[in-house]
Design a protein around this ligand. Structure first.
Ligand SMILES: [Zn+2]
Length: 323
């Protein structure tokens, strides 16, 4: 048994791979500039992605199979790595992801993911949380058609606050979409909303993805702002100063504290499955910083379990400890 399973693990950030999902970034670009240019602007990324996979020892992704097949593959990953749950923050539309989660309700958690500017967005969030059993809401701020502070979004924040569900919002550059400038790029854009809706646990992924200072400042004034650690955090390489995973953990532990840090992987595709490399690297960073056992248990499972209201069995504390 690898030592990485010695603490309980709940992956707060993964994506369920679905067949036939639309690619709005491609569609919009091709409509305006043509397919040949799209090939050129995305071609820039391909060599880099190959090097990234090689650096981490990741295999090339396979196209997703049917929902049934992917659900079974993901369920066996959850069992193999003894995860308490895996949270799929996206996976087709809300109905589709709810059907997927319903196949393995003791292993999977799903989040709603729909345009908050839809006229029925608040009602849809309510339906997703109450009728479909989804347990959070996922947004990508730099893809929204308007400002995240727009008052047209008030009803959806009110709904999330009333239902007390976590809202995970990506801020920071979107490389594939080619977006590095946008009014909702920095986590600071969330300040007024986070203060107006203190009952919503907001989660900003990937340690702020290029905006660590802004996220630290936001979390400093907003006690309801959390951070997730998911992905390779490759954005560190694109910063004009040196950063390390251990350095990020240290800063966030010092400023935000261990209760508002949530482990995630951003896993999605096979044959990689659950990105255990990220778990190992992050656990190592925490232990090397001298993080206490209680903090580690909070970061890797307890904090997410608290936000999602998933009871952690006491027995898990001892699981794997003697192996
Ligand atoms: Zn993600």
């Amino acid at each position: 048994m690898p030592s990485s399973t010695r603490v309980p693990v709940l992956d707060f950030h993964a994506h369920f791979p679905v067949q036939g999902s639309r690619d709005p970034a491609r569609e919009e670009y091709v409509a305006r500039h043509g397919a040949a240019k799209w090939e050129r602007v995305t071609g820039w990324l391909q060599d880099d992605q190959r090097s990234w996979r090689r650096a981490w020892g990741f295999p090339d992704p396979e196209p997703p199979g049917s929902d049934e097949e992917m659900a079974d593959r993901w369920a066996s990953e959850v069992d193999r790595h003894r995860l308490i749950r895996i949270v799929f923050v996206t996976g087709g539309d809300n109905d589709r992801l709810a059907r997927i989660v319903a196949k393995h309700p003791t292993r999977f958690v799903g989040f709603a993911h729909h345009d908050p500017f839809r006229p029925d967005a608040a009602a849809e969030l309510e339906r997703a949380a109450t009728a479909l059993g989804l347990r959070g809401y996922k947004l990508i701020a730099p893809l929204l058609s308007g400002s995240i502070t727009d008052e047209r979004l008030w009803p959806i924040w009110e709904t999330a606050e009333r239902l007390e569900i976590p809202v995970l919002i990506h801020f920071g550059p979107l490389r594939y979409q080619g977006i590095v400038a946008h009014p909702n790029m920095s986590p600071l854009a969330l300040q007024d909303v986070a203060r107006a809706f203190p009952g919503i646990p907001f989660v900003v992924p990937h340690f702020g993805c290029g905006y660590p200072k802004e996220l630290l400042h936001l979390a400093w004034v907003c006690g309801n702002v959390h951070v997730d650690t998911s992905g390779s955090n490759e954005w560190m390489r694109w910063m004009p100063y040196d950063l390390t995973l251990g350095g990020l953990f240290r800063k966030f532990l010092e400023t935000v504290g261990p209760r508002r840090i949530l482990f995630g992987t951003d896993s999605s595709w096979f044959p990689r499955g659950f990105a255990v490399r990220y778990l190992e690297e992050q656990l190592r960073a925490c232990w090397e910083l001298g993080c206490g056992e209680e903090s580690v248990r909070g970061i890797f499972a307890g904090n997410a379990a608290r936000l999602l209201r998933i009871p952690l069995p006491d027995a898990l504390g001892a699981q794997g400890g003697g192996e």
